[in-house]
Design a protein around this ligand. Sequence first.
Ligand code: NDP
Length: 311
Amino acid sequence: MSSENIKCLIIGSGPAGYTAAIYAARANLSPVVYEGIQPGGQLTTTTEIDNFPGYPNGTTGQAMMDDLKAQAERFGTSVRFGMVSEVDLSQRPFRVIIDNEKEIYAETLIIATGATAKYLGIESEEKYKGQGVSACATCDGFFYRGKDVAVVGGGDTACEEASYLAGLCNKVYMIVRRDELRASKAMQERVKNTPNIEILWQYNTKEIVGTPIGGVNGALLVHKNGSEKKIDIHGFFLAIGHHPNSELFSKWIDTNEEGYIITEGKSSKTNVPGVFAAGDVQDPNYRQAITAAGSGCMAAMDAERFLTENR
Ligand code: NDP
């Protein structure tokens, strides 16, 4: 197994990871970023970004991540494709195994592994994954042009996905388990004013129905009052939130009951000195590109200070 010693290892390549890399590179920490399973992170699956300061005409998730990567590389960050398969944070330098074939000894570690979409956990959802069931409208919506689809959830993500799909599909049902949306007022207005979005209030999904060859062709819903309703749809999109990608570190790093990494006060410090966390993996509240980027900056500054103090 090949081995390498580095000052600052960053795991994850969303806005948190790349911003940490920009700051760490400019502080001469020669950072290495491992991109993980989804290079560029979750933002690469969104279309328009209109709320990141500095883009008066908006931008796309992919363009922003390409720019962040280029900026990190401009200052000497080594951005590499690969997955962390194992970590040992019991002593410094921390031992990190990449793809079971490379070993890295890192003096500091920045965890920026983000979060992953949640699924309902029903059997038929598993059966039709990739055959009509998706957790990313912007990735897969294209396949349902002109058809009827459903989005589950009532948050900003669900509203955003429903609006996006409404531009492609014939009709979009939103399956909402309560009698109100969790989304911001602006997003609520947007979906309520879109003629081909119909909100099905107080419904849960009992089963997704379809055929092995044709994929999804409907969903069986249950109202809060117990009555059932069948809708004819070809796409079933999950937008019910995310869970943090912290499992790899949970043996060493303290998390809350949902798995979000706990950071100390207004810092990025975890319970292990020299290990810092940034972005969605440690943020159950804001989960925005701009807040992730800000916390990535904090993590790099914390790592730089840690190295100075522990030289
Ligand atoms: P949220 O946690 O905000 O919303 C999840 C939604 O899914 C809620 O309506 C919830 O219902 C529903 N839900 C959860 N579990 C189930 C289930 N098992 N069955 C049915 N429905 C379920 O997640 P989001 O991904 O929407 O948003 C996460 C964060 O990201 C938020 O802070 C949001 O503001 C932000 N965001 C901002 C955007 C923007 O600014 N442009 C775009 C997208 C996200 P209930 O309300 O009943 O709990």
